[in-house]
Design a protein around this ligand. Sequence first.
Ligand code: ACO
Length: 421
Amino acid sequence: MEEKFAKLIIEGKEYKLPIIKGTEGEKAIDISTLRTESSYIAFDPSFGNTGACFSKITYIDGEKGILRYRGFDIEDLVENLRFVEVAYLLLYARLPNPKQLQHFSDMLTEHSLMHEDMRHFFDRFPRGAYPMSILATMVNALSTFYPNVDAQSMKENVGRSAARLISIVRTLAAFAYKRSVGEPVVYPRNDLEYCANFMNMMFDSPVKPYEPDPEIIKILNMLLILHADHEQNCSTTAVRTIGSANVNLYSTISAGINALSGPLHGGANQAVMQMLKRIEKGGDIKKYLERAKDKKDSFRLMGFGHRVYKTYDPRAAVLKKSCHKLLKRLKIEDPLLDIAMELEEATLREDYFIERNLYPNVDFYSGIIYRAIGIPEDMFTVMFALGRLPGWISHWKEMVDQPHKIVRPRQIYTGKRKRKL
Ligand code: ACO
């Protein structure tokens, strides 16, 4: 018989805690009333063992290497859908029919232009400013251009707010790039689909028109789909946490962008490339493996390891395969791909990595693909943010659609006891 309660005995007293089950069989113990009943709290720094919400969006089995959005395997989604369709799926929990897709695409088109006054903001950032910081600032600034859009009205009109964000962030990202290379900005075009429009804004120039390559557009769709959601990761948790205070959606997403920029999170894709380049220069993979294993050294093998996956990250598996195919198709020989493969093979022979289940994650091969399609290194994490937008917004939407409270963990105080001045 299935247990409905877990029993906890503290100081001789028994507490019955409800057992919760998910649709894929994950189990949890509901401790939400534990403090009221016993004065004890659960202690779980960095939330490695804490379920913070019910969610119907994304399912991960970290032991088996499974990732599904709304029940569909990630491998099927990248094979058969475009990013805009997956964004719709995440946001509305269903695949769009042609009419719904047209309506969603029209809304993306309608909102692709930012307020012209915002364009001048770019002139004031220092040269060489980190694009993720620029992006987070600009997205936060959207809340000043749409000041009347509070959490309640956004909830009521989430489709418009989501479309505006997904569309404008793409424009902001491309403008930030053009500014960084000192070229005139290219405005979005209504006749181009989402990814082609982005590539055109990035690479079209008054002296050399951009010709979209369907293969590159397909790869970009795949990259964005692979990054579109990953349940309760650091940046999504930031979005849910900030959003729980009923903050305007733009400011909430800006917090997610900042969280993603960290090198332990989305910033790892750029750090991987820097690591591979350093290995290319110094030529010594062994030295990097020794450093990664050395507990006195803070160095970590970037693009390896994951809080949830204890086997190969399914996104990394798709990326590795695509990386080979794309480079062959574009006739590119990238020595960094050889180094990456050599590094991965070397870790498979090392007990340190085997014992700790450290395999390549989504950030390990993505940079080599971005590089092959012309995306500069300091834009890698911006690309991740562009892909993750539908996920962040879907989690925000899911949260505000349910009864929810402000997120507020507790602590165990370990400071000084009361003393006199
Ligand atoms: N290189 C060397 N050792 C590692 C690495 C790594 N990349 N990752 C984990 N370890 C080791 C830890 O030192 C620890 O060893 P110990 O048990 O002897 O102390 C053990 O493996 C477990 O690691 P934790 O830090 O406890 O794992 P956690 O779940 O907290 O961290 C994280 C996950 C942050 C992704 C970590 O693996 C890491 O720093 N990886 C490198 C950065 C990276 O690639 N980040 C991108 C992740 S994917 C994403 O966010 C999109």
